[in-house]
Write a new protein. Structure first.
Length: 285
C-alpha cells in the first residue's frame, strides 16, 4: 500500500503514556523541578506557590545554544540562540544595542496549536502584532544580561517558539532564551529569570498570584512580568499593566515577583551546569 506523504506516519507499535509517567517524573526532578506546586487542591490557591518548572539546555544540534522550559499546567517554550555573527545592514527585526556594541535580535513565534479555544487567525495582523510586542519585551528583558560591548559590530540572535500556552508564557520565554544564550557561550553578566504575576479578582484574598495559569490570566484585572538578574540583584525588565490597586499593591507584586525569581534561579543554573557536563562528556568520549 503506497504511503500518504501528506500525513505524518505513526509508529507501527505504541505504548500507553502511563508507562512512561514514572520515568518523566524522575527526569523532571533530576533537572531541577521547583518543589512548590500549583495549589490546585480543594482549597484556594496559595498566592506564593510556584508552578513546578522543568528546564533543560543544549537540546538542538542545529543551533549554537538552545533551551526548553516547561511549567506545570501546560506552558512549553523552546528557544534557540546563534552568534555572534557579522551584523547585517540596520533594519528588519527587533534589534537593540548601540554605542559600538553588538546587537541583540529577538524573535517570538506562537505555534498554531499553542492555545486552546479562540485565538487570532494564524498569520493574521493581530497575531503578528502580538508576536512583535512579545519579541520587543523579550529583547528588553535580555539586553541588560548580555555583554553586548564584547561583540562590536556583531549580531546575536534568539528565537523563541511557544509550543503550548498554559499561562506565564512570556516569563517562561525569558528564562528559556537566557539559558539558550548562555548555552551558546555568549558572555553574560547573569541569567535573566522571568516570573509572571496576575491579580485575580475572584481569588478570596484578592492577592497577586505567582506564575498564573491560562484561566487565571484570562480573568485577571492586572498582569505583571518581571525579569531579574539574581546574582546582581538587578531588575532587567518590568512589563505589564491593568487595575492593580494602589501603589502599595504594585509594590507587593514586585516583592513577590523578586522572591519568585530568586527561587527559580537555582533550577535554571542547575540545568545549565548539567548541559555543560553532558557536552564535556560527549567531547571526551
Amino acid at each position: 500500500m503506497p504511503l500518504d506523504h501528506r500525513r505524518l506516519q505513526g509508529p507501527d507499535e505504541s505504548q500507553p503514556p502511563a508507562l512512561w509517567a514514572a520515568e518523566e517524573d524522575e527526569e523532571g526532578a533530576g533537572e531541577g523541578g521547583e518543589g512548590q506546586g500549583e495549589g490546585e487542591g480543594s482549597g484556594p490557591r496559595d498566592p506564593c506557590a510556584l508552578r513546578p518548572l522543568f528546564a533543560r539546555a543544549g537540546l538542538l544540534s542545529q543551533a549554537e545554544g538552545s533551551a526548553y522550559v516547561e511549567l506545570s499546567g501546560g506552558t512549553k517554550v523552546l528557544c534557540a540562540a546563534w552568534g555572534p555573527r557579522e551584523a547585517a545592514e540596520p533594519g528588519g527585526g527587533t534589534t537593540g544595542g548601540g554605542g559600538g556594541g553588538g546587537r541583540l535580535v529577538c524573535e517570538f513565534r506562537r505555534a498554531p496549536f499553542s492555545s486552546r479555544g479562540a485565538r487570532p487567525r494564524p498569520g493574521g495582523a493581530a497575531e503578528r502584532e502580538a508576536e512583535r510586542e512579545a519579541a520587543a519585551a523579550l529583547r528588553e528583558a535580555l539586553e541588560p544580561a548580555v555583554r553586548l560591548a564584547r561583540y562590536p559590530r556583531a549580531r546575536l540572535a534568539v528565537s523563541a517558539l511557544l509550543l503550548q500556552d498554559g499561562g506565564s508564557a512570556l516569563a517562561a520565554a525569558i528564562s528559556a532564551a537566557s539559558l539558550a544564550l548562555a548555552d551558546a557561550g555568549v558572555e553574560m553578566y547573569d541569567l535573566a529569570v522571568g516570573c509572571a504575576l496576575c491579580r485575580d479578582p475572584g481569588h478570596p484574598s484578592g492577592a497577586w498570584l505567582l506564575q498564573p495559569g491560562e484561566a487565571e490570566e484570562r480573568r485577571a484585572a492586572a498582569r505583571l512580568t518581571l525579569a531579574l538578574l539574581p546574582t546582581l540583584n538587578q531588575v532587567s525588565a518590568v512589563l505589564g499593566g491593568g487595575r492593580g490597586g494602589d501603589p502599595e499593591s504594585w509594590g507587593e507584586a514586585l516583592r513577590l515577583g523578586l522572591d519568585g525569581c530568586h527561587r527559580l534561579y537555582p533550577v535554571l543554573r542547575q540545568s545549565l551546569l548539567r548541559a555543560v557536563k553532558r557536552r564535556d562528556a560527549a567531547h571526551s568520549a
